[in-house]
Design a protein around this ligand. Structure first.
Ligand SMILES: [Fe+2]
Length: 240
């Protein structure tokens, strides 16, 4: 499996604090069937308190650690980019990066509220040749309140990533209901873990969520969401 939304770099955002925990997260992911992870630290934290060099260095360091310990997992670099007015400039200036330097950008909408610059910023990203992937739309209030905005964003070409834990109710009943609705309506492209720690409900284990999704839409479709489509993303291939 491929996990495109992972907070695994130590001491960068609200993910793990130590490299030991990062290593454990990789080990758990590997043991539960994931072979490629994309580290997606929050842009705000990287930009304000760290640097691109630092996250590149940590990604390399973790890959070496996995290799040394025979954990056959590959860690790639991306970023979770929150929607903001400066996102386009940050991309142009190298502060906002895409998944594995492809056209695919993990984009997080505000959890609450619906600022009026969402569509203008999205259109500018598309004009730059980018293909945004909406991070966990099932957890975003504006989509929970009104599915029309989500439909509209999908219609203009955005992809969607739901979080495995949402299907199990980790983020509440509304997120669970919306993720199930999205599965049934064919509105999901990718399932990821959005892991933040080596234990608890936000561990890298996606199996329970994936089994749950399989019961609803079948294994073949779920396979597409955790293998075929994420593979195309990291290879920068088009997704139809
Ligand atoms: Fe995240």
């Amino acid at each position: 499996m491929y996990d495109l939304h992972v907070h695994i770099l130590p001491g960068i955002d609200d993910g793990p604090e130590t490299i030991d925990e990062s290593f454990q997260m990789g080990k758990i992911a590997y043991e539960s069937g994931t072979h490629v992870l994309v580290a997606t630290p929050h842009r705000k934290d990287v930009k304000e308190f760290h640097s691109l060099n630092k996250i590149l260095f940590l990604t390399k360091k973790l890959n070496n650690l996995f290799l040394k310990n025979n954990i056959e997992i590959k860690l790639l670099l991306g970023m979770e980019n929150h929607m903001s007015l400066d996102l386009v400039d940050d991309y142009i200036n190298g502060f906002a990066i895409t998944i594995n330097r492809t056209r695919y950008m993990l984009l997080e909408m505000p959890f609450f509220g619906s600022p009026n610059y969402i569509f203008p910023v999205v259109y500018k990203l598309i004009d730059l040749g980018l293909k945004p992937i909406l991070a966990h739309p099932e957890r975003i209030e504006m989509f929970q309140k009104d599915i029309k905005t989500l439909d509209e964003l999908i219609k203009i070409g955005l992809l969607t990533q739901i979080t495995a834990g949402s299907l199990l109710g980790v983020f509440g009943d509304i997120a669970k209901e919306l993720s199930i609705y999205m599965l049934n309506k064919d509105l999901v492209n990718i399932i990821s873990s959005d892991t933040h720690s080596d234990s608890g409900e936000r561990s890298p284990r996606m199996n329970d969520g994936i089994n749950f999704a399989s019961q609803i839409i079948g294994l073949e479709k779920v396979n597409k969401m955790v293998v075929e489509t994420p593979l195309k993303v990291i290879q920068d291939k088009p997704i139809t």
